[in-house]
Design a protein around this ligand. Structure first.
Ligand code: PHE
Length: 441
C-alpha cells in the first residue's frame, strides 16, 4: 500500500502546526515564563527558537521526508542499526508526554463544563485558585476527564492520517487565533494591565540563571514538538513537491506567535486581578476566567476559549499518539486499531499516577518533583534535547548529502543558507544543547 500523504501542502503545514500549537503554547508557555520572571526568559526563548528551533525543525522534517519512514525506520535508514535506538527513545518520549498531556487535556474539558455551568465566572483570585487546586487534587473527577480526552485522541487516530488530523486542524486554529486577539485586547484595556505587559516584555538579564536557560530550551522543544520524532513522522507524509523549509518556517513562526500572544493574554490578567505569577500549571486556567468575567458575553467567551484550547490540545495529542502507534505498525506490522487501544490504555494508566500526584499522592516526590513534574521534566528537559542533539548529528555528519538533496528546490537551485544549516547541525547545535544540559546536572 502506498504511504498516506497529506491532501495538500497547506494541509501538511496546518497539521504540523496543529501538532506544535497546543497546550505548550497556551498552557505551558505563560506559566513557565511567569515562574521565570518574564522579560529575560522571553528573550532567551526567542533566541533558542530562532536558532535551534528552526534548524531542528528543518532537519527533522527532512529526515522524515527523505526516508518516508517514521522515526525508528528513518534513523535506521540514514544512520544504521544503532541509530534506530534514538527513534525508540523518541517513541518512549511520546508515550511519557501523552500520559500527562491527556491529564491537562482533561482539565480543558472540565473547564468547558465549568464555563457552561457558570461556576467560574468571577474575578475573585482566591476563589479561582481554590477551585482549580481542589479540582486537580480530587482523586476521581480529573480521571474521568483524562479518560475522555485519551478516548477522543484514540478516536481521531483510528480515523486515519488524513481524515482524522487534517480536517480538524483547519478552521478551528484560525478561530483560536482570533479569540486570543480579542482576549488580549480585553486584558490590555483593564486598569493595571501595563504592569503585566512590562513584566512580560522588559528583560532583566541580571536575573538569568542556568535553570532559566534549560527551562526555555525544554519549553521550545516541547511547544514546537521537536526532538522526539513527531516532525519526522509528519515529514514522512509530505509529498515530494513540498518544500520543507517553507513548511518548517511557517510552523515555527505560527507557534512562536501563539506563544507570544498567550503571554500577552495571561500576563496582564495576573497583575490586574492580583494572581500569583508563580502559580504554576494552573495559571492559564485560573487567570482567564477573571478576564471573561469582565466581558459582556463572558460566559460565551469562556466556553469558546476552553473549547478551542481543547481542540488545540487534541490536534497535538493526536500527533503524539500517531508517533507511538505508527511505530508498532511500521516496525512490527501490528494492527492499527489494536495498538491504538492498547497504548491508550497504558498511557491512561500512567496518567492516573500523574493526576494523583497533584493531589493524594503529592508527597511522593523525587528530586523535589511529583510524578507529574518528573514526566514533564524528563521528557521536555532531558529526552527532547537529547533527541535534538542526535538529529543534529545525524543530519550534520552522517546523512548530509541526502538531506541537502531533499532541500534542493525542484529547479535544482539550493538555498543560500544551506551551508549555514550544515555547520549549525554539525557543531553549534550539539554543543549548545550539551552545554545547557550539563549546566543543570
Ligand atoms: N507541541 C505540543 C504542544 O505544545 C506538544 C507536543 C510535544 C506534541 C511533542 C507532539 C510532540 O502542545
Amino acid at each position: 500500500m502506498a504511504r498516506a500523504e497529506w491532501g495538500s501542502r497547506l494541509g501538511f503545514i496546518l497539521a504540523a502546526a496543529g501538532s506544535a500549537v497546543g497546550l505548550g503554547a497556551i498552557w505551558k508557555f505563560p506559566y513557565v515564563a511567569a515562574q521565570n520572571g518574564g522579560g529575560a526568559f522571553l528573550v532567551i526563548f526567542l533566541v533558542i527558537v530562532c536558532t535551534l528551533g528552526i534548524s531542528l525543525m528543518i532537519a527533522e522534517m527532512s529526515v522524515g521526508a527523505s526516508t518516508r519512514r517514521s522515526p525508528v525506520g528513518a534513523y535506521r535508514r540514514l544512520g544504521g542499526k544503532w541509530w534506530s535506538g534514538v527513534g525508540y527513545i523518541g517513541v518512549l518520549c511520546g508515550f511519557l508526554i501523552l500520559s500527562f498531556y491527556s491529564v491537562v487535556g482533561g482539565w480543558t474539558i472540565a473547564y468547558i463544563v465549568k464555563s457552561i455551568d457558570g461556576s467560574i465566572l468571577t474575578s475573585n483570585p482566591a476563589f479561582l485558585s481554590t477551585t482549580f487546586d481542589s479540582f486537580i487534587a480530587d482523586p476521581v473527577l480529573p480521571l474521568w476527564y483524562h479518560a475522555a480526552f485519551m478516548g477522543l485522541t484514540a478516536a481521531v487516530v483510528l480515523a486515519g492520517v488524513q481524515k482524522g488530523i487534517e480536517q480538524v486542524s483547519k478552521y478551528l486554529m484560525v478561530m483560536l487565533f482570533l479569540l486570543v486577539l480579542v482576549l488580549i485586547v480585553r486584558g490590555l484595556t483593564l486598569p493595571g494591565a501595563i504592569d503585566g505587559v512590562l513584566t512580560f516584555l522588559q528583560p532583566d538579564f541580571s536575573k538569568v540563571t542556568p535553570v532559566m536557560v534549560i527551562e526555555a530550551m525544554g519549553l521550545a522543544f516541547f511547544s514546537m514538538s521537536l526532538g522526539m520524532g513527531c516532525m519526522i513522522t509528519y515529514g514522512s507524509y509530505a509529498s515530494d513537491e513540498t518544500y520543507i523549509p517553507n513548511s518548517a518556517g511557517s510552523v515555527i513562526g505560527l507557534t512562536t506567535i501563539i506563544c507570544f500572544l498567550s503571554g500577552l493574554m495571561v500576563f496582564p490578567a495576573i497583575f490586574v486581578f492580583g494572581f500569583d505569577p508563580s502559580a504554576g500549571p494552573g495559571l492559564t486556567f485560573i487567570t482567564m476566567p477573571a478576564v471573561f468575567s469582565q466581558m459582556s458575553g463572558g460566559q460565551f467567551f469562556g466556553i469558546l476559549f476552553f473549547f478551542l484550547l481543547f481542540v488545540a490540545a487534541l490536534t497535538s495529542s493526536v500527533s503524539l499518539m500517531e508517533v507511538v502507534v505508527s511505530f508498532f505498525i511500521d516496525e512490527f506490522h501490528l494492527p492499527r486499531t489494536a495498538m491504538t487501544v492498547v497504548m491508550s490504555i497504558l498511557m491512561f494508566v500512567l496518567g492516573i499516577g500523574a493526576s494523583l500526584s497533584l493531589g493524594v499522592w503529592k508527597d511522593y516526590t523525587l528530586f523535589g518533583k511529583n510524578l507529574f513534574g518528573i514526566l514533564d521534566y524528563v521528557s521536555s528537559n532531558l529526552i527532547m534535547p537529547f533527541g535534538g542533539i542526535m538529529v543534529a548529528i545525524l543530519v550534520g555528519w552522517k546523512s548530509w548529502p541526502v538531506i541537502a538533496d531533499r532541500l534542493t528546490r525542484a529547479d535544482g537551485t539550493q538555498p543560500v543558507w544551506l551551508p549555514l544549516l550544515k555547520g549549525f547541525c554539525r557543531y553549534i547545535a550539539p554543543v549548545l544543547i550539551f552545554v545547557i544540559l550539563i549546566q543543570n546536572l
